[in-house]
Design a protein around this ligand. Sequence first.
Ligand code: CP3
Length: 358
Amino acid sequence: MSATGTNPGEPATGAKPLLRALGGEAVWPPPMWLMRQAGRYLPEYRAVREQAGGFIALCTNPELAAEVTIQPIRRYGMDGAILFSDILMVPWALGQDLRFAEGEGPVLAPLRDAAGIAALQPSMLRSRAAPIFETVRQTRAMLAAAHPRTALIGFAGSPWTVAAYMVEGHGSRDFHTARGLAFGDPNLFGRLIRTLVESTTDYLLAQIEAGAEAVMLFDSWAGMLPPGQFRRWVIEPTALIVRAVKRAHPAIPVIGFPRLAGPLIGEYVTRTGVNAVAMDTAMDPRFAAQAVPPNVALQGNLDPLALVAGGVALETEARQILAAMRGRPFVFNLGHGIEKITPPEHVAQLVRLVRSGG
Ligand code: CP3
């Protein structure tokens, strides 16, 4: 790919290493970023979080949200900047009550019947989420000015995982109520999933229009469904969103994260049409390399606890992943979000190691 950018010395958009890898090129050393790279392990994040007053206030304050999006780029020069927001901002924008309780995680007004679903307001999504799209716009401008090799990643939760929180009303080890509803009243649950397919598509398109250069779909709770339910509530809705995004923006890569999909990872990739798939910590990268077509990028999958440990444990784990992924399109990342107890200098150690190619 040639550098055709109008600013001398700056690579063209297509030349950003992350976008090349997501486009199917075996870039080496691989581009890298970390899930939840903006967050409480960084003192500069905690300062801005305090200034904002609350998590939702931070997500809906474009200046501050853009600032925390850029913080890990400033510190570590990551190849990807992920929009600072949350997967639950879609239910929030649809009108569901949401708060983030200190030490408790997200709390939503549980949605379990037809009236609750009918009360959601998809037509309000673009206006309520407008500050988030403005964050995308401002972040993209900040990257262009100071970090021209870093690509901006937009994101949303996948319908299954978002619906699981909407129905349950909070985080859970097993999401009993949501899984029970999906089996017990598939028509009702399907109506919620359809609403989320449309809203999530709309939400991602607005992020792309505002400047997101790639988008990621987080399906953190995909792995607790049996195969039939996985196909119905994970693969099918994701495929609809990917198709709609591709129809409008064929050049924007889509990354899927079907956490704990295990042996269904290959079927997930081929049937959804994602450009890249994020591997969770339990996935063997060698298995994924066999199960996923060679033009589809793999992303992952260092255990966040190896990053907490640092030192030799971190080096050994990271090198194994690099060795397994060399020669194919790959993006180095964690297998789940960074832990808040992570020493920031361990992230620096990891960046040096990955940049050396292992
Ligand atoms: O840096 C980034 O990756 C960008 C921002 C981002 C956040 N959440 C910020 C956040 C992203 C991409 C997410 C995704 C997300 N949110 C997922 C999918 C990925 C995963 O980790 O499985 C899920 C399931 C959520 C829902 C959610 N948000 C939970 C369960 C919690 C509470 C637990 C926790 O980790 O704190 C949140 C809160 C949240 N989202 C925080 C951040 C930085 C902490 C809020 C704070 O600062 O108090």
